[in-house]
Write a protein that binds this ligand. Structure first.
Ligand code: ATP
Ligand code: MG
Length: 255
């Protein structure tokens, strides 16, 4: 059975970084291959993973638009679903340990229910080939809300160390509930957190009912790597963010 972990939270809190660090930990624990899904139209996950950041990536959104525009031109005798699946398979970027799917832009105007249903089925089937699927979301949960993503076992909310960040995380949790997304458990990672979380912060967190997965400290190497266009995957094993995420991932895997 594959486990689907979706990362979500307010803009700029560190979702992509946490997603890449988590994938790194999964691989270290022998959980390979991982299916990484970039569900943010800004598409930052490939660079964080060190995967074809310089290439123009085929996206699921682009494939969907092509299919939508040319749905009358499906080769004769070929079922529409098979044709779409063939196109979607070409948008999967494969590497030794990570396969990457970039969702791209959400759909334009028009009725996409039919194609989105096919897309969801395809992603669900594809996901079954991997022990873990990690989805890096944009702040608005667009792809999850359009139900182009499958059920989620663990929703990891990323917050900065602020009460506003916590409120934003709570809103995303509530949004997922309102959208009736199938979510197993919801966990919080506090990013750029101090060594000790204050009583006020832990009190406010307890009031949200969201369980704490752990904290990741500010790591001076992360912005340096970003500016140097170096992937998160190349951070040294003993860097503070990697060590913290290792602990968080291990406890997530154990529970
Ligand atoms: N623990 C950390 N310590 C230092 N810098 C960090 C940390 N986490 C993330 N950063 C830096 O903060 C910036 C934003 O991080 P990231 O892109 O992961 O956020 P995001 O939530 O995915 O943003 P967006 O909402 O735009 O997708 C990046 O430059 C990243 O290197
Ligand atoms: Mg991001």
């Amino acid at each position: 059975m594959s486990r689907v972990i979706a990362i979500a939270g307010k803009g700029g809190t560190g979702k992509t970084t946490i997603a890449a660090l988590l994938i790194r930990c999964l691989l270290k624990n022998g959980k390979r291959p991982v299916l990484a899904v970039d569900a943010d139209p800004d598409t930052n996950l490939p660079a964080a993973l060190g995967m074809c950041a310089d290439k123009t990536l085929a996206t699921i959104g682009g494939t969907r638009e092509d299919f939508f525009a040319n749905r009358d031109q499906v080769p004769a005798g070929m079922p529409k679903e098979a044709w779409l699946e063939m196109q979607l398979a070409q948008a999967l970027v494969e590497s030794r340990d990570i396969d990457l799917m970039v969702m791209g832009r959400p759909e334009g105007p028009g009725c996409y229910c039919y194609i989105n249903n096919m897309l969801r089925k395809y992603l669900e089937t594809l996901g079954r080939n991997y022990p873990f699927v990690v989805i890096d979301n944009e702040a608005g949960l667009e792809h999850l809300s359009r139900r182009t993503a499958q059920a989620v076992d663990t929703l990891v909310l990323v917050s900065d160390y602020s009460l506003n960040g916590l409120k934003a995380a709570e809103r995303v949790r509530d949004l997922a509930k309102e959208m009736k997304l199938q979510v197993g458990r919801v966990l919080l990672v506090v990013n750029r957190a101090p060594q000790e979380l204050s009583a006020q912060f832990t009190g406010a967190l307890a009031a949200t009912g969201i369980a704490l997965a752990g904290r990741v400290p500010a790591d001076a190497l992360l912005p340096e790597f970003e500016i140097a266009a170096r992937p998160v995957m190349e951070l040294p094993d003993d860097s503070p963010a990697v060590r913290a995420m290792d602990q968080i991932a291990e406890s997530m895997l154990a529970n």
